[in-house]
Design a protein around this ligand. Structure first.
Ligand code: C2E
Ligand code: MG
Ligand code: MG
Ligand code: MG
Length: 287
């Protein structure tokens, strides 16, 4: 009796796995076509200076404008893009589009792009990025590359070579999601970064927990003493922005200043007074 039940469970489990494999294979081929058809588009999230709250640049964040399922967030496709190697083409197309979009923005306006750990296995990564900058006429000094520590854990030497080449071109390197995952001082010792991005999970609790606040304060001071600038991600309240400014955090990013938005929306914000930017961001949040 029990044996029979067991096999039944196994059969159900196996067919569920088959379905899951089929679904993944379908998602992969759909994504491959979507990249080719230009369905992956860059959204732009404002980056402001603290304490002035001046809009100085944007982070480029991928969105899939799916013909049936609507606008999809990276959580639903970046993972599979990384596993299948599609991330390289996706990412380079996104960078190219962002450099073209930036032609309509002031000449000092900065772009930050996310580079996945898998992309550091590509020994031509730096050359690919340079080719896009050259083709679009976008200055390397206006570009920042965001990486997570996962890339460094996988292959520190490959990452070091690529990061150094990029920095020699004038591209800045930011360590993203600092405070999560493999976070260790080892990477700060071994590699020269330009910026630390303090993860949202720290930032969103600073005004609620004194312990978290102490940690964030320590990260800002650590960055400063190593000559790195700091950005706080995920700022949603006035109280947080005031506190972070007081501690000497250099840049801020978060729904308070604007969620990731399409090119037309960010173009409209550039040049608008700060109060207007915040009012629009709050209106968008409420909507
Ligand atoms: P990330 O690089 O840490 O980007 C910040 C994420 O936090 C974005 O999510 C952004 O929308 C979200 N965020 C910003 N401010 C706030 C806030 O105030 N509150 C809340 N709740 N969230 C906020 P998004 O766009 O969904 O992207 C998620 C992650 O996907 C990114 O995290 C990045 O790791 C990855 N990603 C996005 N685009 C790309 C890409 O082109 N290439 C690669 N390799 N990864 C990407
Ligand atoms: Mg990022
Ligand atoms: Mg981040
Ligand atoms: Mg994050």
């Amino acid at each position: 009796q029990g044996k029979k039940d067991g096999r039944g469970v196994f059969r159900v489990f196996k067919s569920a796995m088959d379905l899951e494999l089929k679904a993944r294979a379908q998602l992969e081929s759909e994504l491959r076509e979507a990249i080719a058809n230009g369905e992956i588009e860059p959204f732009y999230q404002p980056v402001v200076t603290l304490p002035e709250k001046t809009l100085v640049g944007v982070e480029v964040l991928a969105r899939w404008r799916h013909p049936v399922r609507g606008l999809l967030a990276p959580a639903s496709f970046i993972g599979i893009a990384e596993e299948t190697g599609l991330i390289s083409e996706l990412s380079m197309k996104l960078l190219r589009q962002a450099c073209l979009d930036a032609r309509d923005w002031p000449s000092h306006f900065q772009l930050a792009v996310n580079i996945a750990p898998q992309q550091f296995q590509d020994r031509w990564l730096c050359e690919r990025i340079l080719a896009i900058l050259t083709e679009t006429g976008f200055s390397p000094s206006r570009l920042e590359v965001e990486i997570t520590e996962t890339a460094l854990v996988q292959d520190l030497e490959a990452a070091r070579t690529t990061l150094t080449s990029l920095q020699n071109l004038g591209v800045r390197i930011a360590l993203d999601d600092f405070g999560t995952g493999y976070s260790s001082l080892y990477h700060l010792r071994e590699l020269k970064f330009d910026k630390l991005k303090i993860d949202r999970t720290y930032v969103d609790t600073i005004t609620m927990s004194a312990e978290r606040a102490k940690l964030v304060d320590a990260i800002i001071k650590l960055g400063a003493s190593l000559g790195l600038v700091t950005t706080a991600e995920g700022i949603e309240t006035d109280a947080s922005v005031d506190w972070l400014s007081d501690q000497g955090c250099d840049y801020g990013q978060g729904y308070l200043f604007g969620a990731p938005m399409p090119k037309e929306a960010i173009t409209a914000l550039i040049g608008a007074p700060v109060e207007e930017i915040q009012a629009k961001a709050l209106a968008l949040q409420a909507a």
